[in-house]
Design a protein around this ligand. Structure first.
Ligand SMILES: C[S@@+](CC[C@H](N)C(=O)[O-])C[C@H]1O[C@@H](n2cnc3c(N)ncnc32)[C@H](O)[C@@H]1O
Length: 299
């Protein structure tokens, strides 16, 4: 089967636009210095979208949630592919206009979805969901640096992943499943989020699939911050030492897709190397520098 990939369309001054098969999406330009800007689509959303398009049978008639929704690409694609309904959750009130615009552009009527402006930590669904698709903020951010709402994820980059994983038992039916894309610090070969999965999802199968061909040293993220925020060097040094003290030296950063399975089916955590079979060949096209990740995180 030919892989469907996310493609960029020509930008306007204010908006960045994308095409996925016969769908179009609008987000905002990264150059907008607005702490509530709507993040452009990229590898994270693209990989999940390709997987969804190749598994449309899994979505037929399902109730879907997209936490950390932004412009809503994952929930809107699920609706387009045959899901019954989608619920979008985001802290940023500006997402409503973007989700509405993208739904209209793709012929999706508003009775099929709901937008909840809420912190995911406080969100309580009326009924659990069958599928959850998420691209949470995941960029490790020095404590004294004000990162972007869409990317900053606490000093070790795992704050919102942990919040989400803790919520999964309330968000998903026992038969429900989730796909989550994350950048992760690895400690002793294990992504940090696997610790939260062990604690909060002991009865589910949880599969972490590595996304990059090679691993990036945490030190290159520190260097990228130092290069871009020259005046904040002391704060960055302090953060870098506290991370090494907490998690050890020579830390690695990798990207992952986490697939959380239904309850009861072979519970436990499995970490897979990327092998091109499950998430397609596009998964391999990694960024070779963390400069870009840092730049996106700063407003
Ligand atoms: C990386 S963006 C993902 C947007 C979209 N899902 C995508 O793939 O393009 C993360 C989103 O999480 C939202 N967010 C950040 N903290 C949040 C929180 N505590 N609760 C809910 N949403 C949050 C941000 O406003 C942003 O829209």
């Amino acid at each position: 089967m030919t892989e469907i990939r996310l493609k960029s369309l020509p930008d306007t001054d204010d908006y960045w636009q994308y095409q996925f098969d016969d769908m179009v999406f609008r987000t905002e330009s990264l150059s907008k210095s607005n702490p509530q800007r709507i993040i452009p689509l990229g590898q994270a959303s693209g990989i999940l979208m390709t997987y969804m398009a190749q598994h449309r049978d899994l979505l037929q008639g399902k109730r879907v949630i997209e936490p950390f929704a932004g412009s809503g690409p994952l929930g809107l694609l699920a609706l387009h592919l045959g899901a019954e309904s989608a619920h979008f959750v985001d802290l940023n009130p500006r997402v409503s206009d973007f989700i509405y615009h993208n739904a209209v552009e793709n012929g999706i009527p508003n009775h099929r979805y709901a937008v909840h402006i809420s912190d995911i930590e406080q969100f309580r669904p009326q009924e659990p969901f069958d599928w959850l698709f998420a691209n949470p903020p995941f960029v490790p951010t020095p404590s004294k640096v004000l990162g972007a709402l869409h990317s900053a994820a606490g000093p070790d980059g795992n704050r919102l992943a942990e919040v989400l994983i803790r919520q999964i038992p309330q968000l998903l039916h026992t038969t429900g499943e989730a796909l989550i894309y994350l950048l992760q610090l690895e400690v002793a070969g294990r992504p940090l989020a696997s610790l939260a999965c062990e604690e909060f999802l002991p009865d589910r199968s949880v599969e972490f699939t590595k996304g990059w061909q090679y691993q990036l040293p945490f030190e290159s993220l520190v260097t990228a911050y130092r290069d871009q925020l020259l005046e904040q060097k002391p704060a960055i040094d302090e953060w870098s030492s506290s991370i090494s003290e907490k998690w050890g030296e020579e830390l690695i950063i990798d990207s992952y897709v986490i697939h959380i399975g239904p309850m009861g089916s072979q519970p436990g955590i499995r970490i897979r190397n990327y092998d091109g079979t499950k998430y397609g060949s596009g998964f391999f096209s990694s960024r070779d520098s963390l400069q870009e990740v840092v730049a996106e995180n700063l407003i």
